[in-house]
Design a binder for this molecule. Structure first.
Ligand SMILES: [Zn+2]
Length: 453
């Protein structure tokens, strides 16, 4: 979909640099009790380089039949990571293709250096959390963050379960004890952000200003969910005011029955474990973090994983902004606290290119947020927030990179910022925070009714 589609140095096994996918049409049939998935994937795209084969990522599931445009049955071969399809004739750059893949198996998460990721059975349902290379555990795909596409995903499963999928629900039909849920996503979506969530959940519509949203959760957690998401509307309006309009059609906050290690973002969705919802807002910053990813990471994505700070630094900074705006410590106070903590930790990480092993290190989040705070102190609040809003508008639906952000910050502020970003992104030492600037809260602090924080 987006122009630049190279294999990624952090995930060199993933993706096919010859192609760009524009649309995935997935028709899935899933039995919860036996964890059996069978699917048909129609993958449409364009060649970006001459090629006689396309190599899609597919892990742990068996392709049984493949058809491509211009041939009834295509020859294919499968390794433990790739489905290689031989085309009837060579594609030239710009040529379109359509591959239909029938596949099946017992999906399970894959083991990676970042832990186990992908399609995962819960106690009584399914969770899909794919960052960065888990999408291949449930559909054949070009699994690189730069190659965003549209989706139509149909999931048939036992009636009685709620199925939440990336995109907007377009139909739901029940027949013979099975319900088929069809979702369509018209916003360009990275493969790792496509998701399926299945469970015995209650669904509740909530309005977050002009954004329609759903809370999806196990009924016994209702009271805790209501308490912990009570501020979601306020959070949405603070973020819309600060970052620009919410970039998708709707938002879903889903709480699984199981505990999860960390909450996760998917396109238009925040996924929380039962353990993250305590009924007293103890992990409110995580609610803010996952919501902020809709602007930073999901709508404005990254073209390569080495720029992960553009996702995590911004989402972490959004936590501080929410703190400031909801009567907690100011972003400046948060920055000073985390600066102090970071200064005690080892300085062996390059924020602008941390390496695959450290891409989800907590220092990426905190130093990333501090980089933004240093920028704010340098260029002032007006230019800083204006740059954030232009960033989310100009690069909406795209996959971007650090040089584009630096160029935008320079354009908006009229200042040369190469030195600032070089210190924060390309050196291991922790630079001093720019001194002297006065940082006023974004607006007057709001008093909380609950007396928390
Ligand atoms: Zn995050």
């Amino acid at each position: 979909m987006t122009g630049q589609v190279n294999s990624d140095a952090y995930t060199p096994q993933s993706g096919d640099p010859h192609i760009s996918v524009s649309h995935y049409d997935l028709t899935l049939d899933y039995k919860v009790t036996t964890n059996r998935l069978s699917g048909t994937a129609v993958v449409r795209g364009t060649a970006v380089a001459s090629t006689k084969t396309i190599a899609l990522d597919l892990v742990g599931l068996r392709a049984t039949k493949v058809r491509v445009t211009g041939a009834k049955a295509a020859s294919f071969r499968q390794t433990d990571r790739k489905l290689r399809i031989t085309l009837p004739s060579e594609l030239a750059p710009g040529d379109e293709f359509e591959a239909t893949i029938l596949y099946a198996g017992a999906p399970r998460p894959r083991r990676t250096r970042w832990g186990t990721i992908g399609w995962e059975e819960l106690e009584d349902g399914v969770l899909v959390a794919s960052q960065p290379t888990g999408a291949a555990t449930w559909f054949p795909c070009n699994d690189v963050p730069a190659d965003k596409a549209m989706y139509r995903i149909s999931v048939s499963t036992d009636a009685g379960y709620t199925v939440a999928v990336t995109g907007r629900e377009v139909s739901r039909t029940t027949r013979g004890g099975k319900t088929t849920w069809v979702y369509e996503s018209v916003a360009p979506t990275a493969t790792y952000l496509a998701t399926v969530q299945i469970g015995r959940y209650t669904t509740e519509q909530v309005a977050l200003g002009s954004v329609s949203a759903r809370l999806i959760y196990p009924q016994p957690l209702a009271a805790r969910v209501h308490a912990d998401f009570a501020d979601l509307g306020q959070m949405m309006s603070v973020f819309e005011e600060t970052f620009g309009p919410y970039p998708f059609e709707d938002y879903v906050a889903i709480v699984t029955e199981d505990d999860l290690e960390i909450p996760l973002e998917a396109q238009g969705m925040g996924i929380f474990g039962a353990n993250h919802i305590d009924g007293v807002g103890g992990l409110e910053r995580l609610v803010a973090h996952e919501l902020a990813h809709q602007w930073f990471g999901n709508s404005v994505g990254i073209a390569a994983w080495h720029d992960i700070w553009l996702n995590e630094g911004f989402a972490c900074y959004a936590e501080w902004i929410w703190s400031e705006r909801s009567g907690g410590p100011t972003a400046h106070a948060k920055a000073l606290t985390h600066y102090g903590r970071l200064s005690l930790l080892e300085k062996d990480l390059l924020l602008g290119d941390p390496g695959a092993d450290l891409m989800f290190d907590d220092r990426i989040y905190k130093r990333g947020a501090l980089t933004l705070h240093a920028l704010r102190l340098t260029i002032g609040d007006e230019a800083f927030f204006s740059a954030l809003r232009i960033w989310t508008e100009r690069y909406r639906g795209e996959a971007t990179s650090t040089p584009e952000f630096i160029a935008l910050a320079e354009e908006v502020s009229g200042m040369a910022l190469g030195g600032l970003f070089e210190e924060w992104l390309e050196q291991r030492e922790l630079p001093a925070l720019p001194a002297g600037a006065v940082v006023a809260p974004v607006t007057a602090a709001r008093r909380r009714g609950s007396g928390r924080g």
